[in-house]
Design a protein around this ligand. Structure first.
Ligand SMILES: [Zn+2]
Length: 423
């Protein structure tokens, strides 16, 4: 694991073209393996003109059809390799609940998880984290105390302080109580969950003076949520872009708030015509993880959208994502048909709102679901309505509804904005 860190320390400074060339060597091995041992890919790669003995050009790669989540669900076992190299270790199975629809079953290997852990460790090293400290992770499952941050990685790469797992199903008050009890230096959790805790701390004027860094994952971290977490605790906020089936995709730059795509996957950002986006453009994220030989995902359309960034002035050649924008059903549809990201800027200290979810029912009607300390006054309700309309630049009919809580999906994900307008 430490030898891998040494290699990653070298490769991050390579020029973008050299990195890409190295990735294509590994990609060639992956496609060759897929063509030979994965039924789903035998004809598909043949049809695209791929041959193990010929050079793999970027052009040929871009001609391969995208793989949708739906196809993965429909063809499941046909996507499994019939002959995983024994050197890749054990074959593991997993499921992603996703925020919508059916779960997705996938296979992976010890080798693919090794890279997952390598990028996780690099993430901590980039951000200069002090391994001797305590970390609290808010996660699905039972609360428990573990002796090492890297519990489950064999061997553990460093001795570390304890890792305290706080159940994500515990209430916000209970979570705050447990965090105060443990006084961690690092806090890890789903973006909306950490934001919820930060909002509650702001309202109740609870500070976490010992907290150095909040690390968030699994959901879109909106700019206002990031600002809110900083305001609550004065801690650094680090966002992680990973998915269960494709691993650790991008890590926040040590010097900036944008992301660097990791060496372990080829990540494309494509516009509606399938052309690679330029810096400043937003497109769909398509990934090819390079080390999962048990179930190759080749040009897999994750359903996420991201904005491409300019090359980074930190000097790393790793590609830059300026922002992860979320999923298409998290886009607001205007009457003109135009779609925008509703970065709502809604966490107002002035309103007693603990949690909110916005549902777009039609191109004219939007519902704000609110969990509140007390019901808003008519003036506050008007403020919430007009604030929403001003933010998105259109006068929607806005209705408010009050709930005791807004449920999360089985995987613990939460969506702040859902459009029911079909695209
Ligand atoms: Zn950078």
């Amino acid at each position: 694991m430490l030898a891998m860190q040494f290699q990653l320390n070298q490769s991050q400074w390579l020029k973008a073209d050299d990195l890409r060339r190295n990735q294509f060597r590994q990609l060639h091995a992956l496609l060759t393996h897929a063509q030979a041992t994965v039924p789903f890919y035998q004809d598909r790669l043949e049809a695209a003109g791929f041959h193990a003995k010929r050079e793999l050009t970027p052009q040929l790669f871009q001609n391969l059809p995208l793989l949708s989540r739906r196809e993965v669900q429909d063809h499941g076992p046909d996507l499994y390799s019939r002959a995983v190299p024994p050197t890749h270790g054990r074959i593991t199975e997993g499921t992603t609940s996703g925020s919508v629809g059916n779960p997705l079953r996938f296979k992976s290997t010890d080798l693919a998880y090794f890279f997952w852990h390598a990028f996780n460790l690099r993430d901590h090293l980039w951000h200069n984290n002090d391994f001797s400290r305590k970390m609290v992770a808010i996660r699905v499952g039972e609360s428990m105390n573990l002796p090492n941050w890297f519990h489950g990685v064999e061997p553990e790469p460093f001795s570390t302080g304890p890792l305290v797992v706080v159940s994500s199903s515990a209430g916000t008050e209970d979570q705050i109580r447990q965090i105060i009890e443990h006084q961690p230096t690092y806090l890890l959790g789903h973006a909306t969950q950490v934001t919820l805790i930060a909002g509650e701390c702001l309202r109740r004027n609870i500070r976490f003076p010992w907290l150095r860094e909040a690390r968030v994952f699994a959901e879109m971290l909106t700019p206002d949520a990031r600002a809110l977490i900083k305001r609550a605790w004065g801690a650094k906020v680090v966002d992680i872009y990973s998915t269960r089936e494709c691993g650790y995709l991008a890590v926040q730059c040590p010097l900036h708030e944008h992301f660097h795509v990791q060496e372990g996957a080829i990540l494309e950002v494509l516009d509606a015509e399938g052309i690679a986006c330029k810096p400043g453009e937003v497109g769909r994220v398509v990934v090819t993880p390079l080390h999962n030989f048990a179930m190759p995902f080749i040009r897999y359309d994750l359903g996420d959208f991201a904005e491409v960034g300019e090359p980074c002035d930190c000097g790393r050649g790793l590609p830059v994502l300026k922002a992860i924008a979320g999923r298409v059903r998290n886009m607001l549809v205007l009457p003109s048909g135009r779609k925008i990201w509703p970065f709502l800027g809604f966490y107002r200290d002035t309103l007693p709102v603990r949690q909110r979810q916005v549902i777009q029912h039609s191109v004219e009607h939007v519902e704000l679901k609110l969990v509140v300390d007390r019901r808003l006054t008519p003036a506050e309700e008007d403020e919430a309505r007009s604030h929403f309309c001003e933010t998105v630049g259109h006068r929607f009919r806005v209705t408010l509804s009050y709930l005791d809580q807004i449920p999360r999906s089985a995987g613990g994900k939460f969506e702040e904005f859902i459009s029911l307008v079909s695209s």
